[in-house]
Design a protein around this ligand. Sequence first.
Ligand code: NAP
Ligand code: MG
Length: 404
Amino acid sequence: MLKIQMKTPLVEIDGDEMTRIIWDKIKKILLNPYIDLKTDYYDLGIENREITKDIVTKQAAEAIKKYGVGVKCATITPNAERVKEYSLSQMWKSPNGTIRSILDGTVFRAPIMIDGIKPIIPCWQQPIIIARHAYGDVYSGVEKYVPEGGKVYLKFPDGSELLVKELSSSGVIQAMHNSDASIKSFARSCFNFALDKKMDIWFSAKDTISKIYDHRFKDIFEEIFSTEFKEAFSELNINYFYTLIDDAIARVIRSKGGFIWACKNYDGDVMSDMLATAFGSLAMMTSVLVSPEGYYEFEAAHGTVTRHYFNYIKGMETSTNSVATIFAWSGSLRKRGQLDNNNTLIDFASKLENATIETISSGYMTKDLVPLFSKDDIKVVSLNTIDFLYKVQENLNKALFVMK
Ligand code: NAP
Ligand code: MG
């Protein structure tokens, strides 16, 4: 069979633990047999981040700026335990945080819905897409433990100061920021995405408590909506509304789904895990970072699945769900195809996604999905990590064979 050719490389960002194992298998079983894969490869495995003093992470982000599209494997964000485990010279920053602060933009996370897997919340009939601001706040904050206590100030460019707190004894201090430019691009990408998907969009923050910081977000969203998007929204009969984060959570749970929920960086981080779990599994959540310049980085929303990896290296059988990682690849190949006018690549991406969905809805799945699945007349077969990929390959071959 002639392999599909690529015109421009895709930025391939490798990662850690179980997802690194899956990454390699997806390429061997579902990509390399069909595509002459052209990638610009960066190894963000924790060992190589240590060797390169984390320069490799910045190089990967710059490469996405050069080529426009990247696909990233999950990576370890080191904590004190990891520093010991891998003998790291320092607690390297979250690679996703570093990449997002270089590319800026918004992360859109959408659940992959499957016939046979019902969301835990029975009234959810359609996906809820989270739009997470991917810049600033606590992710690029500075923090300090102040052992002696004392007065802590913020100092501003005009020379003025603001007392944060007079600590009477030891304590912790944090300062964070965001920029108008980034909040504006966040708002624009949310409204554009809503127009694209023809879906309502909600934005939530905590402006009642954070009267300057969160209020700035609320004001910028309102201003951009009313000056740039109101008419287009009304033509499509879709709505934008702002509500307090507390109220948003209550409404989300009662909703039917079918809307975009724009969240600040931290809210989006934690709420997307909640939504992914409630829609079925963390392993069924796609994630794409869209920068204001139109650069795309695709990834799975879950982490490196450490517990499974420890079993894997002990030689035990694993049943790790690869769906979100497969969709990260298909999403990036489709975008590459769109940018390069490469219809064969676009078509392959859709066939790969359909084969994956078809595999599960016909009863073949990894262990995490088994308790969630129920469909008349379908017998559930629980597969291990690798056998699931071969089952997808079988369905992909059928789809590609029909094409010929
Ligand atoms: P995690 O890797 O997402 O795993 C949490 C648990 O969720 C797993 O133990 C597993 O449950 C279940 N799970 C997640 N993905 C699964 C999959 N594909 N198939 C089956 N089950 C899955 O999160 P974590 O344990 O909090 O973090 C592990 C490492 O990942 C950390 O070092 C963290 O820094 C990193 N991380 C990276 C990213 C990223 O790069 N985007 C995101 C989050 C976390 P059971 O054990 O019950 O089977
Ligand atoms: Mg999270």
